[in-house]
Design a protein around this ligand. Sequence first.
Ligand code: SF4
Ligand code: SF4
Ligand code: FES
Length: 260
Amino acid sequence: MSKKESRVGKLDSRPKKKEAGKVPIFIMGKRYDVPESLTIQKALEYAGYQLVRGCGCRGGICGACGTVYRFPDSYRIEVGLACQTVVQPDMYIAQIPFFPGNKAVYDIETLQPTGATIGALYPEIFKCVGCGTCTRSCPMDIDVLGYISKALQGNVAALAENSFDCVMCGLCASRCPAEEVQYNVAILGRRLYARHIVPRAKHLAKAVENIENKKFDKTLMELKRLSVDDLKKIYKALEVEPDMADESWVPKNKAHVVED
Ligand code: SF4
Ligand code: SF4
Ligand code: FES
């Protein structure tokens, strides 16, 4: 008996006959034969599990479905998002719906956008040994070690920009030998950048000013008097802003446009 068979046999004694179009996977040690095209998330449901934790958007955005798995012949722990990773034969699967990472509490208004601020709130970043496990663990292909390096250098803008695609799945932190919580360092960086470094958006300030000066009130009152059917007609007839419109775009019908 091979090493692989002996490990599988210990966990499940059912015959290992493979059904056409299906692959055997092991969910917390129990064997299930599932369609080979399913993601791990769909395979869990196919196997009869009801997902009440560790599942959110189902589209690779929310980061709720961090999953660890490995194969019988390999020592390597693999990681992925359950909603994005397709099952493979003999996967041993377990989900990590929550990882208890360090989370600093702060008032962003009072902080300086510097490396000293990040180091004071997350001193564990200085323990980084540069192993790169975080980067290899990231299902979003983010250079996690790279953005932690930017945090250590005090480059808040680069930390914010390089971590922008983080979905906060927690997989990097779950593997880090220095017990860092990279995604919380990253979100601190993005908050510091957004609050203290990036220039204020002038058009947004102008829009808020217009609201406060009640420039939209007359139009809103007219809309409130309409029936639902009339509102639907207006909505369907709306000229939609093209996806790639530049800053100067305005609708052809300017009846409801409030000029600056
Ligand atoms: S896994 Fe941890 S110690 Fe390793 S490079 Fe990433 S942050 Fe540093
Ligand atoms: S940086 Fe960490 S928390 Fe963010 S997506 Fe990558 S592995 Fe997940
Ligand atoms: S369920 Fe949201 S990323 Fe997988």
